[in-house]
Structures are given as C-alpha cells and as structure tokens.
Design a protein around this ligand. Sequence first.
Ligand code: C2E
Ligand code: CA
Ligand code: CA
Ligand code: CA
Length: 279
Amino acid sequence: AKQPGNRRYQFYIASIGAKSQEAFELEIQMRQALERQEFQLYYQPKVNLLTGQIEGAEALVRWNHPQRGIISPVEFIPLAEKTGLIVPLGEWVLRQACHQARVWQDQGIYPLRIAVNLSPRQFNQSNLTNFVVDILHETGLNPHYLELELTESTLVQNPESAIATLQTFKALGIRISIDDFGTGYSALSQLKKFPFDVLKIDRSFVCQLTEDSRDEAITTAILQMARSLKLKVVAEGVETLSQLNFLKGHQCDEIQGYWFSPPLSAEAFADLLSTGKKF
Ligand code: C2E
Ligand code: CA
Ligand code: CA
Ligand code: CA
C-alpha cells in the first residue's frame, strides 16, 4: 500500500516542479517580450443599444509569441500580476491604448472612448493617478475618452484609498467601470460608496440569458438597480440575437460581444469603423 502512495507523491512533486519551471520560463520570456515589443492590443467595440453606434472599445492585450503564436491574456496576466510584471506591461497597455485612440481621432474618426483594464496590483501603485495624467498629457488624449475597468475585488481590498483614487479620476473626467459585475462577493449596496459610472454585467450571466430563468432574473435585477442608481450598464459576452433583444427590452445601455464583433487588431478595428457598421 505504501508503494503507490509514494509514487503518487513523487509524481505530484514532479508535476509541481514542471509547473513552476514552466512559469519561470514564461516569466523570463515575458520580460524579453516587453523589450522586443511582442505585445499587441486588440480592440473590441462597445455598441450603444439605442443608436446601434460604436461608442467605445475595450483594449485587450495579446502576446504575439515568435514560436507559439498569439497567446491569450488568460495565460499570462495572472503570472504577470504575481511577479509584478503587470506594472510595466500595464504601463505599455495604457500608453498604447491612449495613443491609438488619439490616432483614430486625428484620422477624423469620431471620438471613441477607450477602455483599459487595471489589475489589483496596478491599481494599488501609489503613483497611479500621476502616471495616468502623464500618459494623457503625453498622448494628448482628452480624459473624457478614457475609461478604466476595475473589478470589485480590486476596490474592496483597501476601500478608503480606492475611493480617493476614484475621486481623483472622476474629477479629471475619466470614466470608471466595475468589470465582471456579479462574480464578486460584494453587493451593490456595498459598492455604492465607490464613485463609478458603469457596471459591466459579467459574461457568465449573459451567456445563459434567455435559456436560464435565474440568469434572466439576476440580469433584470442588476439593470433595475443600476437604473435607480443612475449607472450605465454594459453587458459583456453578448453572442446571440435573443440575448441582444432581451437586453434591449430591459434598457441595457451598451453591449460588447461576439454577436457584434470579436476583439480586432487596430487595423481591422479602423476598417470596421470606416464601414460605419451598425445593427
Ligand atoms: P475581461 O476584462 O472580462 O475581458 C472580456 C473578455 O471576454 C475578453 O477576453 C474578450 O475577448 C472576451 N469576450 C468578448 N466577447 C465575448 C463573447 O461574446 N463570448 C465570449 N466567450 N468571450 C467574449 P480576453 O481578451 O481573452 O481577455 C481575458 C481577460 O484578460 C480580460 O477579461 C481581462 O481580465 C484580462 N486582460 C486582458 N487584457 C488586459 C490588460 O491589458 N490588462 C489587464 N490587467 N488585464 C487584461
Ligand atoms: Ca474588462
Ligand atoms: Ca469583463
Ligand atoms: Ca471576464
């Protein structure tokens, strides 16, 4: 009875070893990737449900790895967060996204709001607000066209300083969104002390919408609460016409999802804008 248990134990050790070795190599490669400019931003449109117009875009990072091809952020953001590499990577993302938004404006495309994700570690950097202001100056982007997406767990870690940071952003005219809303543990009643403008309903509720009556009930309740609190609501992960119709019928403000468009390279996004695609 001892043998197999022992073997299992050794296997366990070996697999942990392999895992951390892999993570270690990924970390080294990520540092190089930053220098070699292997990261790339994709842009996913956010569409106004009343007008059918593209109002903004969420910037989503990809790693264009020379051997492995395009790597999803799901594979490297958690490690970047753990190692602190998210700070220089996030800096690059913010600068690149603001720069791109400004380039599109200069090309005569109507002004779009650009949304950038901020991880907990980035949000807790003591110089964050100065740094955001510097990038806005540097790129010449009006702060009204910048939106920052934060998850509830980021805010509740240190509520007092989070409120202060958000107030600074708000005073500058930057829009604040609560990302993945509904997946955290905090109720909207707890979140109300944070000055934010937008709720993004998490994809996990949207994907079963019109199939699961519980998700319909949750989504309807979120939309009602948001309306009474004068918050905008964006539904993420909208993939079907019936999801879209449900959201439209319940006065959701904007949608984002494959139904309208997946995240696109900057070139493809500009092409989409120039066709004037609406629904
Ligand atoms: P997120 O902020 O919730 O971003 C939305 C994710 O949903 C994106 O995945 C997007 O491609 C995907 N998505 C959009 N529409 C649909 C749809 O209709 N169906 C389905 N199944 N998926 C859809 P992506 O680009 O792989 O990003 C994953 C996560 O990685 C993001 O989730 C975000 O948490 C993180 N991330 C991405 N870029 C950055 C970044 O620059 N900084 C930070 N800190 N995190 C980032
Ligand atoms: Ca997001
Ligand atoms: Ca989200
Ligand atoms: Ca998500």
